[in-house]
Ligand binder design. Structure first.
Ligand code: NAD
Length: 498
């Protein structure tokens, strides 16, 4: 069985620890590889390599950086299928879904190929008599990224291309459940000509995370994962004086208004609820049906779930794969049981599903629960599986109040044919990313991605313009070139413009 190594200073390394972890094939329900579990010493080695590389990389011209980024982008295009296959095998999602995430990750690289434009500063002539001002931004130093299992390619790419384009060096700690794609990304960076030590990987679990959060020579931490860990990372890295952005979990609501096109809406709810087996941070997991629309909507969603073909992600016939682990499957089934006990109506039941030839796989079928109320755990908790719950509200205001009372604020959508409803919704909802008849409103790479409330800690959203700001810090320079004969105007008062 192959072992996935760390990547430090431009080559694969086993590091100094003796622990390894299983990397599962969720469709088979058994390990397919081993991954090294790093130690504090491995983190020290990676940070030292990144710090050493920072000296040259931060001084490398923008033109030279851009040439490497363009080559990296081309290599990502050439290796899209391979990256998608690694992702599908370790995560369980379908190949087409995995290709989609590779493309959305690569689009961040497209964006930062324009880094000279993004790093332009400001200049003010004659701010005072004979005095000019200008500002510019410089890289931070060594940046760390800690990422979740559900987007093995895209989520790390929200971070490292931006950090590296800005002149930083990077240490990535991928999810230990899906480390394979990051190893290939490291090789592609090397092939593109990125100098050794600019991009490093230390695989592992909490031991590596804590070492990164505490390390005195790491300047920033970007985290994406569940809310409890995001909060922990934000607090611990903040205490250590680092710049932190920590994106957490979600419960994304779709409000369906009586004037919505119900067939269109049902198609999109099924895609957004069950795609990737519900394991997307922007998945729709709660539908709020407004007014009389609920029964017809539930019927249409139920009909469409029959067309979902559940099977291994790498099989062409599958439209939905397994969930990521045995523990995840158990957790999802537990929530469905509890929802039923709490009085929810199980309209479509994904429990008890077995897939022929993959009897040990971690499969849960699409599940639809109706008559859910806000006190049930199927509503209050992030299930992160193929479970869509339906709640009912009488008015748009009631639906908005329900969403705004929820502690999460990642994504949300409204389905309507009214511009007035859409405008009210986008102005009043307390959520960071909003779709109008778009169920998964993931911002394009040239906007920034981030939720509100318990879905994000820290004040800079990720990638896009806010990503560039996160990975740089500003200097402002005030300049005077006096004539030799000029009166110096120096005095002891606080300086004001003349
Ligand atoms: P997770 O929080 O379990 O793990 C994320 C990372 O943290 C992993 O690298 C893991 O090794 C590390 N980690 C786990 N437990 C830790 C601990 N006790 N101490 C230190 N580090 C720890 O998340 P996951 O299960 O891999 O991913 C799913 C979660 O991520 C969901 O909650 C999902 O909503 C969220 N997510 C959010 C976004 C977003 O943009 N807001 C995007 C993708 C995923």
């Amino acid at each position: 069985m192959r072992t996935i190594e760390h990547w430090i200073g431009g080559s694969a390394t086993a590091g100094g620890g003796d622990r390894t972890g299983d990397v599962f094939d969720p469709a088979q329900g058994r390990p397919q590889a081993q991954v090294r579990m790093g130690t504090r010493d491995d983190v020290d080695t990676a940070v030292a390599a990144a710090r050493a590389a920072f000296a040259d990389w931060s001084q490398t011209s923008l033109s030279a950086r851009v040439q490497i980024l363009f080559r990296f982008r081309e290599l990502l295009v050439q290796h899209t299928d391979e990256l998608a296959r690694l992702t599908a095998l370790e995560h369980g999602k379908t190949l087409d879904d995995a290709k989609g995430e590779v493309v959305r990750g690569r689009e961040v690289v497209d964006f930062v190929c324009g880094i000279p434009q993004l790093l332009k500063g400001e200049f003010t002539e004659q701010a005072s008599g004979g005095v000019d001002s200008h500002s510019f931004r410089q890289p931070l130093g060594v940046c760390a990224g800690i990422t979740p299992f559900n987007f093995p390619v895209m989520v790390p790419m929200w971070m490292h291309p931006v950090a590296i384009a800005c002149g930083n060096t990077f240490v990535l700690k991928p999810s230990e459940r899906v480390p394979g794609a990051s190893e290939l990304v490291a090789r592609l960076y090397a092939e593109a000509g990125l100098p050794d030590g600019v991009f490093n990987i230390v695989n592992g679990d909490k031991e590596v995370v804590d070492a990164l959060l505490d390390h005195p020579d790491i300047d920033s931490v970007s985290f994406v994962g569940s809310t409890p860990i995001a909060r922990y990372v934000h607090e611990r890295a903040g205490l250590a004086g680092k710049r932190v952005q920590a994106l957490g979990g979600a419960k994304n609501h779709a409000v369906v208004m009586p004037d919505a096109d119900l067939d269109f809406t049902a198609d999109h709810l099924v895609a957004a609820g069950y795609g990737s087996a519900g394991q997307r941070c922007m998945a729709i997991s709660a539908v709020v049906a407004v007014g009389p629309v609920a029964d017809a909507l539930v019927d249409k969603v139920r009909e469409r779930t029959a067309d979902i073909s559940v099977g291994p992600g790498v099989a062409a016939a599958s439209s939905m794969g397994p969930v990521v682990s045995a523990a995840s499957k158990e957790r999802v089934l537990g929530y469905i049981d509890q929802g039923e006990k709490d009085g929810a109506k199980v309209v479509v039941d994904g429990r008890g599903l077995t897939v022929e030839g993959n009897e040990e796989g971690f499969f849960v079928g699409p599940t639809l629960l109706d008559n859910v109320t806000t006190d049930m755990s199927v509503y209050t908790d992030e299930i992160f599986g193929p479970v869509l719950v339906v709640l009912r509200a009488s008015t748009l205001d009631e639906a908005l109040a329900l969403i705004n009372a929820n502690p999460y604020g990642n994504g949300t959508a409204v389905f309507t044919s009214s511009g007035e409803v859409a405008r009210t919704f986008q102005r009043e909802v307390q959520v960071g990313m909003i779709g109008i008849n778009v169920p998964i409103p993931v911002p394009m790479s040239y906007y920034s991605f981030g939720g509100w409330k318990d879905s994000m800690f820290g004040d800079h959203h990720i990638h896009g313009p806010e990503g560039v700001r996160f990975y740089t810090r500003a200097k402002v320079v005030t300049t005077r070139w006096p004539h030799v004969s000029e009166d110096s105007l120096a005095h002891l008062n606080f300086p004001t413009a003349q």
